[in-house]
Design a protein around this ligand. Structure first.
Ligand code: DAH
Length: 339
């Protein structure tokens, strides 16, 4: 009997099955009521008493091993089934986490889109600039107090190389390289040497606009800005222009829009004036045209410049400017549905 058990043990260790039916046949052969193991159990009665202990132990071992081996083969089939068995095409897909656009990109893209529809194309220029493109060509005299309006980052060893303080430098470059008609907007990052606080940062973003052609007038400027304001802030938005000063435009103005929070009635947001400032603008100074080799007797044009953060603040009431550059995802996710 021992040799029979040993032979079965060897067989059991070597069992393999190609599919579930073969496995079931093996289970019947070894473990069913009439299977080999049970048959031996029945014969166990006839084992002489002095051998019962040893034969009993071996027999139990055979039974356990047969059960283990068949269970292992079964598990193998089941895992194969889930790997490459039927695929449930109705099951919903794993969610893919999506990023969100940065609020400044959303606003910038919207500005680009509005002016794009009005026929403006995009011009870009370098952030590391020289004095000529940022100041001199734009009519800032060498000792002009207007240069103090903007705290500039200089490179100590090369005072002529600066980080641009406004995107008006792209106006200069565009006019130098292109003859009118010119109709561009220039989005980009600018730098100013400011202490960082909730309302100032050492870098921010602007969009500059420039239109040069024959007989461009202040009326054209006003109309384009009105269309922009209505597209950006809603059809009921009103604008007003206040006289101002910029070295590169004459006349110059600052534009306010009716406060879209209170509809112009007056609220803490607009400091109870009903108006909020959104941009600077004016007619390009003839000196600037001349500096860029455009004849002011033939051509005229307007320019405007706005801060992207400022527009984003007006649209979304972000109280702290620093949030725009900290990239806290909890802040960024708030704009998930904004575009
Ligand atoms: N460059 C000005 C600034 O940074 C903004 C500006 C004002 C741009 C008037 C213009 C303009 O083109 O005409 O404050």
């Amino acid at each position: 009997m021992i040799s029979k058990i040993n032979q079965l043990l060897q067989e059991v260790e070597a069992l393999t099955a190609g599919n579930a039916d073969e496995l079931e046949a093996l289970r019947i052969k070894y473990l069913s009521k009439k299977g080999a193991v049970n048959e031996l159990m029945t014969d166990f009665r006839n084992v002489p008493a002095d051998q019962k202990k040893e034969v009993g132990m071996r027999l139990n071992e055979l039974k356990t091993r047969a059960q283990e081996r068949i269970a292992a083969l079964k598990e193998q089939f089941e895992s194969m089934d889930s790997d490459c068995g039927d695929i449930d095409l109705t099951r919903s897909a794993y969610p893919v986490p999506m990023g969100t656009r940065h609020p400044l990109s959303i606003v910038k893209n919207e500005i680009i889109s509005i002016f794009g529809r009005l026929g403006f194309s995009i011009a870009e220029g370098p952030e590391i600039e020289d004095d000529w493109h940022v100041f001199s060509a734009l009519n800032f005299a060498e000792d002009h107090p207007a240069r103090d309006m903007q705290d500039t980052f200089f490179i100590e060893s090369h005072p002529d190389i600066i980080l641009r303080t406004h995107t008006s430098s792209v106006q200069t470059r565009t006019m130098e390289s292109t003859q009118p008609p010119i109709r561009v907007i220039c989005p980009g990052r600018v730098y100013r040497n400011e202490a960082i606080s909730y309302r100032a940062h050492c870098f921010f973003h602007q969009v500059e606009g420039l239109y040069i052609d024959k007989q461009v007038s202040f009326t054209d400027l006003k109309q384009v800005l009105l269309l922009f304001a209505r597209e950006m802030f809603g059809a009921d938005t009103k604008i007003r222009l206040r006289p101002s000063y910029f070295p590169f435009t004459e006349p110059s103005a600052e534009m306010d829009i009716s406060c879209h929070i209170c509809g112009g009635k007056g609220c803490p947001f607009c400091k109870h004036t009903g108006w909020v400032e959104i941009l600077g603008c004016g007619m390009v100074d003839p000196n600037v045209l001349r500096n860029c080799h455009i004849d002011p007797d033939v051509y005229s044009g307007y320019a405007f410049g706005m801060g992207v953060e400022r527009i984003a603040n007006l649209k979304y009431q972000v109280k702290d400017l620093r949030l725009f550059s900290e990239n806290d995802v909890r802040f960024l996710r708030e704009f998930e549905h904004a575009y």
